[in-house]
Design a protein around this ligand. Structure first.
Ligand SMILES: Nc1ncnc2c1ncn2[C@@H]1O[C@H](COP(=O)(O)OP(=O)(O)OP(=O)(O)O)[C@@H](O)[C@H]1O
Ligand SMILES: [Mg+2]
Length: 511
C-alpha cells in the first residue's frame, strides 16, 4: 500500500470514529435526566472512542463562582474532589473567562497548567485541550481532555472540532436539565405546600401525623365506607367522627352517637335495635333503636371494643346486610346507615384472646384511622394552646397568655390524657388565674413530672426506641443552647449524624 492510500484510509477511519463518538454522545445525553450520570457517560464515550487519556466536565457553580468537576474519565475520586477552579484561574478558569478554547501542546512546558487534580505524575508529552461549554454566550462550564499525540491520532484541529460539537451538545443538555430540575423542584414545593393545606374545621393539627389523618378524613368522608377510629383516650376520636359526618353527603341526615360501654349489657340490645311492645317486662310500648334513628345518616359506635360478645353477631349482620330485628320482633328492618366506630382498646389482642370476633374486626377495620397520642406530635402543642386560649378567653371574657417558661413546661409534658387533658388544663387556668400572664409557677405541679411512657408492646418497641433517642437529642440540644455540634459531642455522635437525626425526628427549636 502506498503512503497516500494509507493516509486516506486512515483519514476515513478517523472521521468515522469521530462521527460515531458524536452520535454516541448525543445518544447518551438523551438516556436520562440525571446530570452527572449522563455527563459521565459522555466522558467515557469520548475516552473510549477517541483514545483520550483523561477527560473532565467542569460546571460553573453560579453561587460560589467556582468550576467543579461533575464528570470525568480516567480520574480517581480524590482527583475529582481536588479539581476546583475559580473563574480565570489556570487554563480551565481562563477558557471559561475568555469563552474560547485553549490548546496546550505540551503541558510539561506550560507554567499556567496547575495540575490541581494531581492526576498527571508526568506532564511531559501530554497535550491538553480545553473548550468552553456555553449556551447563547452564557458560560456554563468547560470540557477538557488530555491527549498523547501520535500520528494516527490525527491533529489538534480535528480534536477541537469534535470537542466543540460535544460541548455544544452538552450545553443544550445542561439547559434542558436545568429547566427540568426547576420544574421538579417546583412540583416538590407545591406538593409540600398542599400537604399542609388539609384542614378540618375545629380540628387542630399541623404535624405530619395529623395532616395524614386529615388527608384520610377528606378521602373517606364522601363515601359510605365504615371507618374505625383508633387512638388513646382524648386524642380526638369523637371529634374526627363528627368531622367525617359533617363533611359527608349524609350531613343532612342524623348523627347518632352510641357509647357501647355506657349501658349495662342487658339493655344494650334494645338500645341499639329497639324493641317491640311486650318484648320484656317494662317494654310497655314499641321503641326504635339507635340504628333506626340513624336511618339516612351516620351512627357513631363509640368504645366498640366494649361490645359484649353476645351482641357482636347482630352488629356484624348490620355491617354486612344493613338489617336486623327489634328485640322481640319478627320483622326484618332495613336501614341505610354509615357506621363510624371508635376504640382505644387493643382490638387485635382482644381478637386473639377470643373476646372480640375476628369477622367483626375485619368488617370494622375497612378504613382504620389512627389518632396519634399528643406526646408524639409536639409540634401541635403550641397551636393547640393558642386555639384553646382563644376559645376559653372568649368564653370567660379574659385575655390570658402564657409566658415562655410556662409554654416550655407544656411542651415538655407527656400529656397522657392527650388533647382532652391539655384542653381541660387550659380551661382551668383561664378561669382560675388571678393574673393575665401565666407563669411556670402558676401551673399545677403534676405538669412538671415526666411520666414514663405506658404500654410498651413489641409492635411499638421500635417507635419507643426512636422516642427515647429523640428525647435524648432534644435534651442534649437544650443543654448546649441548640448548638448541634456541641450536642453531638455530648451524645458521642458526629455532627452529620445529629443533623440526620434532627431531620428524621423533625426536631425543631422551640422558643
Ligand atoms: N385536634 C384537635 N383539635 C382541637 N380539639 C381537639 C383535638 N383533638 C381533641 N380535641 C378536643 O379534646 C377533647 C377530647 O376529644 P375526643 O372526645 O374527640 O377524644 P376521644 O378520642 O373520643 O377520647 P375518649 O377515648 O376518651 O372518648 C374534646 O374536647 C375535643 O374537642
Ligand atoms: Mg370519645
Amino acid at each position: 500500500m502506498n503512503s497516500e492510500k494509507q493516509d486516506s484510509s486512515e483519514l476515513i477511519a478517523r472521521k468515522n470514529k469521530e462521527l460515531s463518538a458524536i452520535l454516541e454522545v448525543s445518544r447518551v445525553l438523551t438516556t436520562s435526566f440525571d446530570l452527572e450520570k449522563n455527563l459521565s457517560s459522555v466522558m467515557s464515550t469520548l475516552g473510549e472512542l477517541l483514545d483520550l487519556q483523561r477527560g473532565c466536565v467542569f460546571l460553573l457553580d453560579p453561587l460560589t463562582k467556582e468550576l467543579r468537576i461533575v464528570a470525568a474519565h480516567g480520574l480517581t475520586k480524590q482527583n475529582i474532589e481536588k479539581g476546583k477552579y475559580r473563574i480565570g484561574e489556570g487554563i480551565v478558569g481562563r477558557v471559561l473567562e475568555r469563552n474560547s478554547p485553549m490548546v496546550i501542546s505540551n503541558i510539561g512546558k506550560e507554567p499556567l497548567f496547575l495540575n490541581k487534580t494531581g492526576s498527571r505524575p508526568e506532564k511531559e508529552g501530554i497535550s491538553f485541550l480545553c473548550v468552553p461549554i456555553e449556551f447563547k454566550k452564557e458560560p456554563l462550564g468547560v470540557l477538557s481532555v488530555d491527549r498523547i499525540y501520535a500520528t494516527e491520532h490525527g491533529n489538534v484541529d480535528d480534536d477541537l472540532r469534535v470537542l466543540k460539537i460535544v460541548a455544544s451538545l452538552t450545553a443544550q443538555f445542561i439547559k434542558l436539565w436545568e429547566s427540568y430540575d426547576e420544574v421538579e423542584k417546583e412540583k416538590e414545593h407545591l406538593k409540600r405546600e398542599l400537604k399542609g393545606k388539609y384542614s378540618i374545621e375545629n380540628v387542630i393539627g399541623n404535624s405530619d401525623r395529623m395532616q395524614e389523618v386529615f388527608e384520610a378524613v377528606h378521602r373517606v368522608a364522601p363515601s359510605k365506607a365504615t371507618v374505625l377510629l383508633r387512638g388513646e383516650s382524648g386524642t380526638g376520636k369523637e371529634l374526627i367522627a363528627k368531622a367525617i359526618y359533617y363533611m359527608s353527603p349524609r350531613s343532612k341526615g342524623p348523627f347518632i352517637k352510641f357509647n357501647c360501654a355506657s349501658i349495662p349489657e342487658g339493655l344494650l340490645e334494645s338500645e341499639l335495635f329497639g324493641h317491640e311492645k311486650g318484648a320484656f317486662t317494662g317494654a310497655i310500648s314499641t321503641r326504635n333503636g339507635k340504628f333506626e334513628l340513624a336511618n339516612g345518616g351516620t351512627i357513631f359506635l363509640d368504645e366498640i371494643g366494649d361490645l359484649p360478645l353476645t351482641l357482636q353477631p347482630k352488629i356484624l349482620r348490620v355491617l354486612q346486610e344493613r338489617e336486623f330485628e327489634r328485640v322481640g320482633g319478627q320483622k326484618t328492618i332495613k336501614v341505610d346507615v354509615r357506621i363510624i366506630a371508635a376504640t382505644s382498646r387493643d382490638l387485635e389482642g382482644m381478637v386473639s384472646e377470643g373476646r372480640f370476633r375476628e369477622d367483626l374486626y375485619f368488617r370494622l377495620n375497612v378504613i382504620p384511622i389512627l389518632l396519634p397520642p399528643l406526646g408524639q406530635r409536639g409540634e401541635d402543642i403550641p397551636v393547640l394552646i393558642e386555639y384553646f386560649l382563644k376559645k376559653f378567653n372568649k368564653e370567660n371574657n379574659r385575655s390570658v397568655t402564657f409566658d415562655k417558661n410556662a409554654m416550655q413546661i407544656f411542651l415538655d409534658y407527656e400529656w397522657p390524657g392527650n388533647v382532652r387533658e391539655l384542653e381541660n388544663t387550659i380551661e382551668r387556668l383561664v378561669v382560675m388565674s388571678p393574673s393575665e400572664k401565666i407563669a411556670a409557677s402558676d401551673l399545677p405541679v403534676s405538669l412538671s413530672i415526666r411520666r414514663p411512657r405506658s404500654k410498651i408492646n413489641t409492635a411499638s418497641l421500635m417507635t419507643d426506641i426512636g422516642e427515647i433517642e429523640k428525647v435524648n437529642i432534644i435534651d442534649a440540644l437544650k443543654k448546649t443552647g441548640w448548638v448541634q455540634a456541641k450536642a453531638a459531642k455530648l451524645l458521642g455522635i458526629t455532627p452529620r449524624q445529629i443533623g440526620y437525626k434532627i431531620k428524621k425526628y423533625r426536631i425543631i427549636e422551640k422558643a
